[in-house]
Design a protein around this ligand. Sequence first.
Ligand code: NAP
Length: 266
Amino acid sequence: MRNSILFIGAGRMAEAIISGLYQKSDEQISHIYVSNRSNPERLTELAKKYKANAIHEIEKFIKRVDVIVLAMPPGEHKDILKRISPYITNQFIVTVAAGIGPAYLEDNLPTNTPVGWIMPNTAATIGHSISLYTYGKFVKDKHKKQMEMLVNSIGASQYCTEQQIHDLTAVTGSAPAFVYLFVETLIEFTEKMGVSSEVAEKLVNEMVIGSAEMLKGNLSARELREQVTTPGGATAEGIKVLQNGQFTQLVQQAVIATNKKAKGEE
Ligand SMILES: NC(=O)c1ccc[n+]([C@@H]2O[C@H](COP(=O)([O-])OP(=O)(O)OC[C@H]3O[C@@H](n4cnc5c(N)ncnc54)[C@H](OP(=O)(O)O)[C@@H]3O)[C@@H](O)[C@H]2O)c1
């Protein structure tokens, strides 16, 4: 089945999905329509770069599409859902916004509307997101296939319950920032050892890329760490400092704090 898809929101995440769809699922796509709030140049850019159609009056196009992807900020959802609701005739509505789960979509759309939620991460822009996804109560098999097409376009994926996505967004969505902070810190200290910032960046970035590649092999993170850490050796001394500084507890606390904030508890 070929799908027509309307994107409401034409930013980085919309482009990541559109680009991935054409690269990986071209034969499943009939038309892609892109729209945004106030930036016609951006729509022209996407239309030129991909086989997409730039549109301005979304209401006119809803009946032509099978799937609508909401790729705009969470705070814009209420108004857009209200605006599109009168025109919905069984389109599959999928959001990529943080905090906007199926329950929220169903509450703000006509009864029985099939809905889905994808929580991608920033690596979607290079086709390497690990995306969490879930569905609402009214999806059928064809919607599950459409969801697979969307998530597979931007990398790997994992089905979760709605509550699991709320809880795991800290790990898959926010933890890349924790990793970058570690990289930044190591680069800054490497510069202090007398190499240029370019060399420091190259050394640390390549070390992290190599370590991440190793995780794709058969050994677990623990086994890889143990391989590098000879008991009583130099690396073991460094690990001891991290453990004495409560590294494990700090990482756990960072995940908990992220989740609390995302749920509006802090
Ligand atoms: N980027 C990521 O790594 C990432 C990861 C996970 C989830 N997400 C989620 O993905 C969504 C989009 O993020 P992004 O990074 O693509 O943002 P972005 O690059 O800032 O793009 C946002 C897009 O939304 C459009 N928009 C805003 N309000 C709108 C409205 N009322 N009607 C129609 N379009 C509207 C903007 O249009 P104008 O330019 O015309 O205002 C723009 O095209 C967000 O909900 C974000 O939480 C992003």
